[in-house]
Ligand binder design. Sequence first.
Ligand code: HEM
Length: 493
Amino acid sequence: MILEILLFLLTTLVGYFIYSYTQMNQFFKRRGVKHFPGVPFFGNMYDTTFLKKHFLDEIQVIHDAFPDEKYVGFMEFTMPVLLIRDPELIKSITVKDFDHFTDHREFFSEEADPLFAGSLLLMKGERWREMRTTLSPAFTASKMKLMLPLIVENSDNIIQYLHDHQSEIIEVDDLMRRYTNDVIASAGFGLKINSLEDRDNEFFKIGNNVLNFNLKQRVLFIVSTLFPNLTKKLGVRLFPEKTYNFFKNIVTSTMEYRTRENVERPDMIQLLMEAKGDWSPDEITGQVFIFFAAGFDTTASVLVMAIHELAINPEVQERLYQECRQLKEDKGLTFDSLSELKYLDSVLNETLRKWSPAIFMDRTCVKTYELPPPREGGQSYTLKPGDVIYNMVNTIHMDPNHYPDPHKFDPERFSEENKHKIKPCTFSPFGGGPRLCIGMRFAMMELKVLIFQIMLNFTIVKTEKTMDPIKLKPHSFNIKALNGTWVKFQKRE
Ligand code: HEM
């Protein structure tokens, strides 16, 4: 009897696998879209799920395999996604026909996960538009100017730390996360934290865990992709109650304190307070959380990669040093003088091209949309509400048709003379259209200040532990070198 039950279960399982395999592979075939065959249940995500490959390496292969296609098919587990690889089409989706693609992809319902789902990043339609209008004034040039001293204060802490550890080979990933953590704590919430001294502070611990998904979160993430309605019904949360309460407490206590003591400070929470009347505490907490989640890891990983590229490209570093030194002598560092560091701008843009933390810009179709055929003579493709597409970012950045010799680190691509050659939508590290990263200016300022300070004080030196060329640590989204990024900071005389 037991043998029969086992045989029945095995046959059902095999039957299900064959059925799902055929369904999955027929999906794009029937629609005339090129794709790689997927593995039952995992689709094209098998290697990423089991951390055999970085997700980026997975989609780079697909991008490169079909050079003549405007878009290709990708199975994210059992969910079909179109990877859009044609810049013209990306422009239509993100800008011209934005009203068909106003939203990002939904993972969890707002009731179940107010922190993440209720943030600007995942808000939808009209509510998103209202929140975006509320928050935009926090990122204008005049507000950035006020925030600059807060950033400089934190970069000074890093410089001091490096002076104290000159002879050591340093793992910069951890160091940069401490910097971006302290900057966002200060410019976002008015909290003065020095994570280099207070190494186990709660803010850093929580922040580090936000995007470093543990096994439970990784499983939840997969289940939410496979069965979105089930996770919604069950009220599943991606982030633990503790994280939610942590951010909520910061928001409420800061607001109470500032109202009681009549304190004003040039930070993001202040702006949310001024707009408070219309938004619930949960909604405000969601925004505070996303400033942190979207700004902490992305900015740190760009800094790490910039430091790595400077270490292995000493001639670029020397030219950058000369520019920084000149500015220091002529004017010193101010909000206005920062924009005169043109070469620094090019160096950071080139870093963002090679190592964009975003990987893709996801969009959900909200109004039926007809895509042109993927190639001449092909059939058009109708996207229906709820369908998800990914506009490619990194794979386009590394496409030799758009950037010759793409692996070469060449800031000249972004120089005044050359930047006009960059085609629209082939450089999108901050996304594009109305959903462009709201923190872009803030991030660029944060990046520039620290690299400027490092250049003036130290030469970044490649060591025997520096990985060159970099191999990415397998992950779904974090851009990090396998075994870390190690360099030495040698004091300039
Ligand atoms: C180098 C650092 C950063 C990179 C590469 C980056 C990249 C991005 C990208 C690609 C998007 C999606 C855009 C789209 O879909 O078109 C985005 C959205 C967003 N980013 Fe950033 N970001 C960075 C830093 C920051 C910082 C510092 C903050 C906050 C202070 C921030 C806050 C946000 C928010 C709130 C959104 C959602 C915007 C919306 O949907 O309206 N980001 N970011």
